[in-house]
Design a protein. Structure first.
Length: 329
């Protein structure tokens, strides 16, 4: 975000420079003296005047390797634990299975096991192992959401520039997006998953799409007051448009379809798949039921077939894991 057109010769003296961000500047050339800096690991030059081949446009370390090779510069790479940032556990964070919002437990976290009925042979897993995987699905949704906020909406190039590996909650960059949440908090992804879970719990495991829709509409303006919310933070643009539709409170799926048609039947954001993991749990032994439940909840806000397909891919995978068909352990 500057008007840099060239780098001064004095840059070659910055022997401890590790990362250099030149994005959104008119610069057209990076001097060999800069490429030769021994500790330089990340170079960000997207949206500049530098012409790059497709294989080097991901930026970061890959770009630096390409530019050094093209210039015939051999600089041994500094050892790194990973080519991309990782998120590491720390005792005082949600990664240690302490709930991101502090002292509050996940609402009704055991509810998922209370409404599950299974025919004999539904799963090859022992009961306790099955229960552990169900709870792992719910906690994993919250934890993955919380740690994923670190790089949400960042390119790989930007993530490499802003973060070292591993990433801790306390190290999240304080930009306009991330500053809306407290360190370690989950986002709307998990909030909406919990709305589905609460609806399932209140209807004995049955999916009632319009009930979920009404909970979603209430959440947008209230969040979870018991967790200190004053509104649903992070709601996507399409979801908010659907909720604001005149028909949403009486026929959410029709409202969602109408919003999709109005936008040319092309919009397919990820607001349905991000919340859908819990729907792989009820009736996990019956894939047709899992698919239909997933469709019904996705259609309350997202009518595009791609949104449905991605949601179904997630829930059927979870269902098969619970059946014991694909046990990663």
């Amino acid at each position: 975000h500057n008007a840099i057109e060239s780098l001064p010769d004095s840059f070659s003296t910055l022997i401890h420079l590790r990362k250099l961000n030149l994005q959104l500047s008119p610069i057209r050339f990076v001097p060999h003296s800069v490429l030769s800096l021994p500790r330089l690991q990340v170079l960000a030059v997207s949206n500049t005047g530098i012409d790059l081949p497709p294989e080097a446009r991901t930026g970061g370390r890959a770009l630096l390797r390409h530019m050094r090779a093209a210039a015939g510069i051999d600089v041994p790479e500094v050892a790194s634990s990973s080519s991309a940032p990782e998120l590491a556990p720390r005792p005082d964070s949600a990664m240690a299975l302490r709930v991101p919002r502090g002292i509050y437990p996940l609402p009704n976290v055991d509810a998922a096991s209370s409404f599950i009925t299974m025919p004999p042979g539904a799963s090859s897993l022992p009961v306790e192992r099955l229960r552990d995987k169900i709870l792992g699905c719910l906690y994993g949704n919250a934890l993955g959401d919380a740690v994923g906020l670190a790089t949400e909406f960042l390119s790989k190039e930007q993530a490499e520039f802003f973060y070292d590996s591993p990433i801790h909650f306390a190290d999240f960059i304080d930009d306009r997006h991330r500053s809306r949440w407290k360190p370690g908090d989950w986002t709307d992804d998990t909030d909406q998953m919990l709305l589905i879970l609460q609806s399932l719990n209140d209807h004995d495991g049955r999916v009632v799409p319009q009930d979920f829709a009404l909970r979603l509409a209430r959440w947008v303006f209230q969040g979870f007051p018991e967790l200190g919310d004053t509104g649903g933070c992070g709601c996507g643009g399409l979801t908010f448009s659907v909720i604001s539709h005149a028909d949403f409170r009486t026929n959410a799926q029709a409202a969602a379809h109408d919003c999709w048609v109005q936008r040319g039947r092309e919009i397919a954001p990820n607001g349905a798949v991000m919340r859908t993991s819990v729907l792989g749990i009820p009736n996990f032994h019956d894939l047709e039921s899992v698919i239909e439940n997933t469709r019904q909840i996705a259609l309350t806000t997202h009518a595009d077939p791609r949104c449905i397909a991605s949601s179904v891919a997630v829930t059927t995978t979870i269902a098969l894991v619970l059946q014991g068909k694909y046990d990663p352990e």
